[in-house]
Design a protein around this ligand. Structure first.
Ligand SMILES: Nc1ncnc2c1ncn2[C@@H]1O[C@H](COP(=O)(O)OP(=O)(O)OP(=O)(O)O)[C@@H](O)[C@H]1O
Ligand SMILES: [Mg+2]
Length: 397
């Protein structure tokens, strides 16, 4: 199971990952692997190897064993590159210098081994609680909804632009459509917009990126949706680096309720930075064998990247096409339930050619009804305390 925490009785299980090494760490690992109050996700001695598992914002706590007798600044920085989860430092009994230094550092706790397992469990629960409190606090924290398919022409841009337009218009939420099909993006064309500024202009502009600067580079659509289009020339794509994009997404989260990301059919650097921050991945499939084969490969790759499976929603586009393959066959081949079925509808190409999303141009079309179901499910739920939370989904089996 891939939830950040799992409920056991009245108490929440904390997802933990173990990095580094020190005396006594392996004994502790064996005890934690069996303990009912934590979900032991895995361990890696080298921080390089740990990187994929640390990403994705799904961990409750990171336990890091160190052999350093002073504060291991470099090791902590390497962990922070991938996760904001609270870190508990573990060291052998002799490294007592660490305790003083750690008071000033970005660590939740320091424990000198050996320790009783229950002491560590208490420290994990405490760190997990404070981490969740910090993540839940603060201002707006938009949801990142990434629309991906490992095959071209499956309907990524149509679904991304219509979902984003529906979030803005039908759900009345602040929405941004980000075109990450960096070389040949056509999200702006589908919205009938000729943008003056693109993501390229934003990333090459001097100075720090903040919410005000982002607002100066987006283009407003009549539906209320903002769009940050792809670069106008394919050769400008490479300037949109992983680091720039990571920063852009963090800033966008402060300004928007939902950020819908359109993509190209590749796992390139900027896409990986996006996946690390994705709350929901709409994985688009269609009723044809090559797409099915590639979606299957994509699911395997996502697993290797430790992308939480409960954040993946399988979308079957053109689900009603009579092409000798049934939706049930897709589900059996992928071993994943289809969460959203979108029909093939002539309203779509008509709308594409007019540069106006079908969900706005023809709101009664079957396609538009299916898109509204998607947009309703991706908006954050107001928990009534001013903060937004994740809508609970029926889990795909
Ligand atoms: N549900 C649908 N009904 C009818 N036509 C559709 C539907 N979905 C997509 N199309 C058509 O398929 C074409 C390709 O869709 P789209 O451009 O969204 O694919 P894509 O996955 O973004 O492709 P690329 O990988 O080239 O970016 C669109 O021009 C649209 O007219
Ligand atoms: Mg596209």
């Amino acid at each position: 199971m891939n939830l950040e925490t799992q409920t056991t009785g009245t108490r929440e299980k904390t997802r933990i990952f173990m990095t580094g090494d020190c005396e006594g760490l392996q004994e502790l690992r064996h005890a934690l692997e069996r303990h009912h109050e934590v979900e032991f996700v895995g361990a890696a001695t080298s921080l390089g190897e740990a990187a994929p598992a640390l990403r994705g914002g799904h961990l409750g706590v990171v336990l890091h064993g160190t052999r350093s007798s002073t504060l291991p600044q470099g090791e902590l920085a390497a962990i922070r590159e991938h996760t904001q989860a609270p870190v508990i430092l573990l060291a052998s009994g002799e490294a007592s210098n660490l305790l003083e230094e750690a008071l000033e550092a970005d660590v939740a706790d320091v424990l000198l081994l050996p320790q009783m397992t229950e002491n560590l469990i208490f420290a994990i629960r405490k760190a997990g609680h404070s981490g969740r409190r910090l993540q839940g606090g603060g201002g707006r924290r938009g949801r990142i909804v990434t629309v991906f398919s490992p095959k071209g022409g499956t309907g990524k841009t149509v679904l991304a632009s219509n979902t984003a337009a529906s979030v803005a218009k039908d759900e009345a939420k602040k929405a941004l459509l980000l075109d990450l099909d960096l070389q040949f993006g056509d999200a702006a064309i589908m919205l009938g917009i000729e943008p003056e500024k693109t993501i390229y202009d934003l990333v090459v502009a001097p100075g720090e990126l903040d919410t005000e600067k982002l607002a100066g580079y987006v283009t407003r659509h009549a539906s209320g949706l903002d769009i940050l289009p792809a670069p106008l020339r394919p050769e400008d794509a490479e300037l949109v680096t992983e680091a720039k994009l990571a920063q852009l997404l963090e800033v966008a989260r402060e300004s928007y309720d939902v950020i819908v990301v359109d993509t190209s059919p590749f796992f390139h650097g900027p896409m990986l930075a996006t996946l690390d921050r994705t709350d929901e991945l709409l994985l688009i499939c269609s009723l044809d064998v090559p797409t099915l084969k590639n979606v299957r490969l994509a699911l395997q790759t996502l697993e290797l990247l430790s992308f939480p499976t409960d954040r993946i929603s399988l979308v079957l586009n053109r689900a009603n096409s009579k092409v000798g393959m049934k939706p049930g066959e897709v589900e059996s081949a992928l071993e994943v339930k289809v969460r959203f079925s979108v029909p093939s509808d002539r309203a779509v190409p008509i709308a594409v050619n007019r540069g106006n999303p079908a969900v706005l141009a023809d709101s009664r079309a079957d396609f538009s009804k299916a898109v509204r179901e998607i947009s309703k499910s991706v908006v954050p739920v107001d928990k009534g305390d001013g903060k937004s939370g994740r809508r609970l989904f029926r889990k795909a089996a």
